[in-house]
Design a protein around this ligand. Sequence first.
Ligand code: URP
Ligand code: ZN
Ligand code: ZN
Length: 463
Amino acid sequence: MNSALLKNATIITASQTIKADILARDGIIEQIGRHLDAADAQSFDLTGRYLLPGGIDVHTHLDMPLGDIRSCDDFTTGTVAAACGGTTTIIDYAAHAHGETMAQGLDAWHQRAEGKAVIDYGFHLTLSEFTDRTLRDMERIVEAGVTSFKVFTAYPGRMMIDDAAIFRVLQQAKEIGALVCVHCENGQVIDALIHDALAAGQTAPKYHPLTRPAIAEREAAHRVISLAEMADAPVYIVHVSSGAAIEQIAQARLRGVPVYAETCPQYLFLSAELYDGIEFEGAKYVMSPPLREKLDQDALWQAVRNRMIDVIGTDHCPFHFQSQKTLGRDDFTKIPNGGPGIETRLNLMFTGGVSEQRISLNHFVDIVSTQPAKLFGLYPQKGEIAPGSDADFVVINPEHETFISAITQHSIVDYSLYEGMRVKGTPEKVFARGELIVENGRFLGKPGAGRFLKRQRSSHYAR
Ligand code: URP
Ligand code: ZN
Ligand code: ZN
């Protein structure tokens, strides 16, 4: 198989920065040291470049069914976009339909990904209902290498399960060494607010955030943390969007509750005035939770800085603006929820985090790669640069600037949330298990090269 010799790089991991060479063979890091030589290996001179472990995005929705449509990136276009943005592993949310078993849902996701993904992938399993077989089935899913589950306090009638069910899922997760991820918004109150808005003829995209206030997120976060505390189980809160929810997480951590938190670049960089855009433009930003206020961005950045946020995910769930978001032209509740982001996570976080001196390079690596690997049972195979780890690398020229645009992106979606934004940290080269798969924005890999990752238990259980 392949051999690659990466010379003279500045290697950045979550814990250290060193100048060294790396020799990778058969997809695995064999040696790290000075003045390495290997006549049979393809050699790359990385003088002046940062070399980091490949990014890990633990929150994606590729080819996800939603009513009669699907999120528009499949496992090929979505993972090509991920790779071009420096992400070499994803964990996608598999789900089962009502009446279907979890195993059936998982099988369907395997079929979506197999032969299509260009980078390695794992799955979480989303529970769309709670039945008398849920707890038993969770064990089988963990045995199949899917060691995390997602539940919702939002979307009554579709995804929401009640507090007792969440409590039981948390208890069972602790028993079998799994991690429960929770979408925190109070779905019933949101439905009441939506009812009132529609009754008043308020149908434009700008009513999306007004019917999903930050207090609905704070309340659900508080409740879910309390449920986890009563179950004595860890919990991972996905896509935290508000300072109000962060306060709950910070207080819980002070009490010693093992609550882990993820936010996404859209909540750090964008805010709610975008819903007031001309015509139907605001629909581009219809996602749940919605974009918040500038003050929330500040609180989230502060939480990133002080490590109240463990992970940066993307919640990449793209729908075409021209042909899919338009389903809600006359009713904001029919706009498919979600936005793109899989390709821009690293350059946005490098720019807003490292270049703007909010976090160190090592901290950057930690939140985009190492913590995701640890919390979701992939470490040290992924998220680390050490002998024995997979040879997944991102090479960054720290001086190079690019502009984000839908025209140059690799995702199939027809818009970008960050059109025209100037960024640093766009990968110059990306290696996946020792193969060069991206060079200067050009994808060189192949569909089907990505492997399913059977994950171990979360690092939480090693504490
Ligand atoms: O609006 C969003 N975030 N759609 C994707 C599904 C979810 O809630 O994470
Ligand atoms: Zn969610
Ligand atoms: Zn999501």
